[in-house]
Design a protein around this ligand. Structure first.
Ligand code: GLN
Length: 476
C-alpha cells in the first residue's frame, strides 16, 4: 500500500483518475489510520470496513472498464451517526437507538454513495446532536486530534476529528446551532453550514427542524465546494428543500475577493479570546490586502440570539423526541407492566442527561403559562434579529466573525451547560436566520487552531467560499 495518500478529496480524486493509486488503496490507507488512531480519538461509533472496500472495488472495476466516473468516485467518507444509512446502524449517540438500523439512506448519503464515495463508518456525536464537545455521547467522548486532552467541539466532533486526523477525506455533519462550524474551528478543518434548504434533510434525525441543516467537513475550501455540488439540490422528500442549482460553486471558489464588501462584526471582537481576536484582525488585513472592502458593523442583538436559540431549539426537540416512546423505535424497558410505565421507563433510561434537560426546558417553554414569555418572546427575537441580519447583508456581501469565541478547551474544564453553550455564541446567528456560513482554519492561539467564520446571503455559498479560499491561502 502506498502511504501517504493525498490529503484533500480533490487531490485524491485526481490521483485516482490518473490511476496513480486505486480506490481500494485509498480506503485501506484510511482504515489503517483509523486502526492507528481510533483507540485514542474515538471519532467513530461504527466502522464499515467490508462495505468500504466493496464500494472501492466497484469504483476500481468501473474505472478499469473505462467508465466515465463522477469526480468524487473512490474518495472515502465518514458520516455523522444521526444520518440514516441503510444496513448500517444509526445510533444518534444515544442508548435509545443503540441497535437501530434504518431501512433507507438519507438523501445526502445516497447521493454520495451514487457518486462512488466509499462509506468508512459513522461518527460520534453528542446525543441527538445536542451539545458542544461530543462529551454528551452515550458511547463516550471523542478527543481532539490536535491535542487529545482537549475536546473536538460538537456536536459533529467525530466528523471533525476524523477529517482532522485524516481518517476520512471528508465527512458529513449536521448544524442546528453551530455543530459543524464550531467543531471544524476547534479541530482545524473547513466546516460549511449551507443555506437552509440547500441540502435535503431527508434521513437526518430531527433535533430542531426549523434550524437543522446537513453540513460538510473537509480539509480544503475547494473540497467543500466539490462535496456541496455532489450532495445539494432539490429533493421532493424534504418539503423545505429549495429548487436552486448548486453547479458552479467549485468554479467560483478561486475568483478572489476583489470587490466584495465585508462587515467585521464588532461584538464578536469584544467577546473573543485575545488570540482569536488577534486572528480576526489579521483576517481583516488579509481580506483588505486582496482587494475586499472591510468595514466595522455593530450587531448589538448578537448576544440575545443564543438564549433565544436554546428556547426555540429545545421546544422543537421536546416535540420531535416524543416519538421515542419505547413502542415505535429503539430502546424499550423490558419489564414495564403498564403503557405509562413503558413510556416513562423507556424514556428515563434511553435518554441521557443533556437530552432530558432539553426536553424539560422545551416542554416548559411551551406550557400555557410560559408560552408567551418563553417561546413567543424567543420567536420574536428570531424574527427581529433575522431581519436585521438580512438588512446587514443587503449592505454587505459577507459578515466576518470568528466561528467560536475560543479555541479547544481541556476535557472536563467546562462544567456547567451554560459555559458550554457559550461556545456557540458566534455560530447561532446564521442558524437563526437560515443563512449559509463557513468556518475556515486561520491561524492559532497557543498552538490550537482558530476558525474564522463568514456568513453570506441565502444561496450565495459561492461568495462565502471565495472569501474562505482567500483566508485559506494566507493560512498556508
Ligand atoms: N451546540 C449547540 C447545541 O447544543 C448546537 C447543536 C447543533 O448544532 N446540533 O444546541
Amino acid at each position: 500500500m502506498r502511504e501517504p495518500i493525498p490529503d484533500s478529496a480533490l487531490a485524491l480524486s485526481r490521483a485516482l483518475s490518473r490511476r496513480e493509486l486505486s480506490a481500494r488503496e485509498a480506503a485501506l490507507a484510511c482504515l489503517s489510520r483509523m486502526e492507528a488512531r481510533e483507540d485514542e480519538l474515538h471519532a467513530f461509533l461504527t466502522v464499515t470496513r467490508e462495505e468500504a472496500l466493496a464500494a472501492a472495488d466497484r469504483v476500481d472495476s468501473r474505472r478499469a472498464a473505462g467508465e466515465e466516473l463522477p469526480p468524487l468516485a473512490g474518495v472515502p467518507m465518514a458520516v455523522k451517526d444521526n444520518l440514516c444509512t441503510r444496513g448500517v446502524r444509526t445510533t444518534c449517540g444515544s442508548r435509545m437507538l443503540e441497535h437501530f438500523v434504518s431501512p433507507y439512506d438519507a438523501t445526502a448519503v445516497a447521493r454520495l454513495r451514487e457518486a462512488g464515495c466509499p462509506l468508512l463508518g459513522k461518527t460520534n456525536l453528542d446525543e441527538f446532536a445536542m451539545g458542544c464537545d461530543t462529551g454528551a455521547s452515550a458511547f463516550g467522548p471523542t478527543a481532539n486530534p490536535v491535542d487529545p486532552a482537549r475536546v473536538p467541539g460538537g456536536s459533529s466532533g467525530g466528523s471533525a476529528a476524523a477529517v482532522a486526523a485524516r481518517e476520512a477525506l471528508f465527512a458529513l455533519g449536521s448544524d442546528t446551532g453551530g455543530s459543524v462550524r464550531q467543531p471544524a474551528a476547534l479541530c482545524g478543518v473547513v466546516g460549511l453550514r449551507p443555506t437552509y434548504g440547500r441540502i435535503s434533510r431527508y434521513g437526518l434525525t430531527g433535533f430542531a427542524p426549523s434550524f437543522d441543516q446537513i453540513g460538510l467537513l473537509t480539509r480544503t475550501v475547494e473540497d467543500c465546494a466539490a462535496v456541496l455540488e455532489a450532495v445539494a439540490g432539490f429533493d421532493p422528500r424534504d418539503a423545505t428543500s429549495a429548487r436552486v442549482f448548486s453547479e458552479g460553486v467549485l468554479r467560483a471558489v478561486g475568483e478572489g475577493v476583489r470587490g466584495l464588501t465585508i462587515a467585521l462584526v464588532r461584538e464578536s471582537e469584544e467577546e473573543a479570546s485575545p488570540g482569536v481576536r488577534r486572528e480576526l484582525l489579521r483576517a481583516v488585513r488579509c481580506l483588505e490586502s486582496r482587494g475586499a472592502r472591510v468595514d466595522e458593523l455593530s450587531l448589538p442583538f448578537l448576544r440575545d440570539m443564543l438564549p433565544a436559540y436554546h428556547i426555540l431549539a429545545a421546544a422543537e426537540a421536546s416535540s420531535n423526541l416524543a416519538r421515542f416512546d419505547g413502542v415505535r423505535y429503539g430502546f424499550r424497558a423490558p419489564e414495564a407492566v403498564s403503557w405509562q410505565e413503558l413510556i416513562r421507563e423507556s424514556r428515563s433510561r434511553g435518554f441521557g442527561p443533556e437530552v432530558k434537560r432539553r426536553i424539560l426546558l422545551g416542554t416548559l417553554a411551551l406550557t400555557k403559562e410560559r408560552y408567551d414569555a418563553c417561546y413567543g418572546r424567543a420567536s420574536r427575537i428570531r424574527a427581529a434579529t433575522g431581519a436585521a441580519l438580512r438588512e446587514a447583508l443587503a449592505r454587505f456581501d459577507l459578515l466576518l466573525l470568528p466561528a467560536s469565541p475560543e479555541t479547544a478547551w481541556r476535557r472536563g474544564e467546562k462544567r456547567s451547560p451554560v459555559a458550554l453553550y457559550r461556545s456557540d455564541l458566534f455560530a447561532v446567528p446564521a442558524s437563526m436566520a437560515g443563512l449559509p456560513a463557513v468556518s475556515v482554519p486561520f491561524g492559532a492561539e497557543q498552538g490550537l487552531p482558530v476558525g474564522m467564520q463568514l456568513v453570506g446571503r441565502a444561496f450565495e455559498e459561492a461568495a462565502l467560499l471565495r472569501a474562505a479560499r482567500a483566508l485559506e491561502e494566507e493560512n498556508a
